[in-house]
Design a protein around this ligand. Structure first.
Ligand code: FMN
Ligand code: MN
Length: 453
């Protein structure tokens, strides 16, 4: 399943080198503004190539975007074939490789080559934080991987951070694992120390986006990174917080989330393109550390790159949950149109009546955000949505093959939810009846030899 690299890149610089060698990097040599302009370029290029801005106004740091813009780009970083991404991910989930301490004998960890502490920190001046959309309330850090720890449990997740002052940002923490750590911090009225890692490779980005159904509370997502890379992540001691910082990051912001404190946050265009605002938590930085010549990673909200990070781990999750019930499941595609969350296609080699129905139930049990799943036969290419629609067109009977599920918790970004936040779900069985003759594909003899003039 491996491509020529075999293992994942071990940092974003190695990833950029790989992408450039594979012809998947656009370099922009002229100066661009971090306010809208970088995102405008990235949006235009956001389908198959990463884009590196060598000069960004007001900053000495280059900015890279779209490093997860397509399955092919991610596969180049992870060292696998694009169609094997979910399988590789599944292996990593099953056999995580725990992080190890940075070896002090190896000298200063790269991410601490440059250190700024306390009142010398000026985030807006020292980092090229991007402003994404027209009505956003200023520059936002969107791809910071927030590492928190509580009672021996480590956790990785993303939280948008509105940069509001030299050391202060807003931070939005939805009720998941970091939130649980914050509940404890609130109860003790103590700030929660966290590390925000910026400028990471696809292995780390995907690991940090893995949902709680695959990586329950207590499962250290850094183990997924280690497994994907084939070597443990090295953690150096934080300068100002009692946490390990990934030596491989380009930039780290150390600091605390304040207990029992909220402030106005937003507006910010969320990944579905709608603006949000609210009373959210507050982060204060205590150290900014980085590699010399650090590359800042920008991630536009709602971009294909962001949706891919969110969605590809979901494919592994669904592969696991459906196979646990129906081993004949072959592939899963969590579609871009479904915001890499809500819609999936599952292919299987049907053996008994009921396989598709059970795969549908298992898919919904695997990921709560899922709202629609289409099951097709193994010879339908799950990535070819026209082929999937064709299977629905010719094999699916609504009153027989539609599996309508009762209500469950919906995702707030789904604007169709009932007032109580619930959603219903549907599965479409678009497989051929068992024992039905496969249609012989109509082939034009000699077509493969034709070369158009
Ligand atoms: C680019 C990106 C941005 C995200 N922004 C936020 C955010 O602002 N707040 C939040 O609570 N979750 C956000 N998420 C979702 C969580 O980080 C994600 O669900 C994560 O897997 C949760 O980890 P956990 O299961 O360890 O809690 C974002 C995800 C991605 C990929
Ligand atoms: Mn977690």
């Amino acid at each position: 399943m491996a491509n020529e690299h075999g293992t994942a890149a071990k940092g974003i610089r190695e990833e950029i080198e790989r992408l450039e060698a594979a012809g998947r990097l656009i370099r922009v040599a002229h100066e661009v503004s971090p306010r809208f302009e970088a995102c405008a370029y990235a949006a235009e290029a956001d389908h198959g190539s990463a884009i590196l801005f060598e000069r960004v106004a007001g900053s000495e740091h280059p900015v890279v975007m779209n490093t997860t813009g397509s399955r092919e780009v991610i596969a180049t970083s992870l060292g696998v074939r694009p169609e094997d991404l979910a399988e590789r991910y599944l292996e990593a989930l099953a056999r995580p490789v725990a992080p190890r301490p940075w070896d002090a004998a190896a000298g200063v960890p790269p991410v601490q080559e440059v250190v700024v502490e306390g009142d010398d920190i000026d985030l807006p001046a020292q980092l090229p934080v991007l402003t994404h959309h027209e009505h956003d309330g200023g520059p936002y850090i969107t791809s910071g991987v927030v590492i928190g720890e509580h009672e021996g449990v480590r956790n990785l997740s993303y939280h948008r951070m509105q940069v509001r002052g030299p050391r202060e940002t807003g931070i939005v923490v939805v009720q998941r694992h970091l939130h649980r750590m914050l509940d404890a911090a609130d109860a003790a009225d103590r700030p929660l120390p966290v590390v925000v890692a910026l400028g990471l490779d696809a292995a780390a980005y995907l690991a940090a986006a893995t949902s709680g159904s695959a990586a329950p509370y207590g499962f250290d997502e850094l183990g997924i990174v280690g497994a994907l890379r084939g070597e443990p992540v090295r953690l150096a001691p934080g300068r100002t917080v009692p946490l390990g910082v990934p030596a491989c990051a380009e930039i780290v912001i150390e600091g605390h989330i304040l207990p029992n404190t909220r402030a106005d946050e937003g507006p910010f265009a969320e990944f579905d393109g709608n603006y949000e605002r609210g009373r959210e938590r507050v982060f204060r930085a205590t150290a900014l550390t980085m590699r010399r010549g650090a590359v800042y990673h920008g991630l536009a909200s709602g971009s294909v790159s962001q949706l891919n990070i969110m969605g590809l781990p979901n494919e592994a999750v669904l592969l696991r949950s459906t196979r646990a019930v129906v081993p004949a499941v072959e592939r899963v595609h969590v579609t871009l149109g479904g915001l890499r969350k809500f819609h999936a296609v599952v292919s299987l080699r049907k053996q008994i009546a009921g396989d598709p129905g059970d795969a549908i139930v298992a898919a919904f049990a695997g990921h709560r955000d899922l709202k629609q799943v289409v099951v097709v036969d193994h010879d339908v290419d799950v990535y070819d949505l026209a082929a999937v629609e064709r299977a629905v067109a010719i094999w699916f009977q609504p009153d027989r093959d539609l599996h309508l599920m009762g209500r469950g918790r919906g995702n707030p970004v789904d604007r169709s939810l009932d007032a109580d936040g619930t959603t219903s779900r549907m599965g479409l069985d678009a497989t051929r009846p068992l024992g039905s003759e496969r249609t012989v594909p109509a082939v034009i003899p000699g077509r493969e030899r034709v070369r158009l003039p």
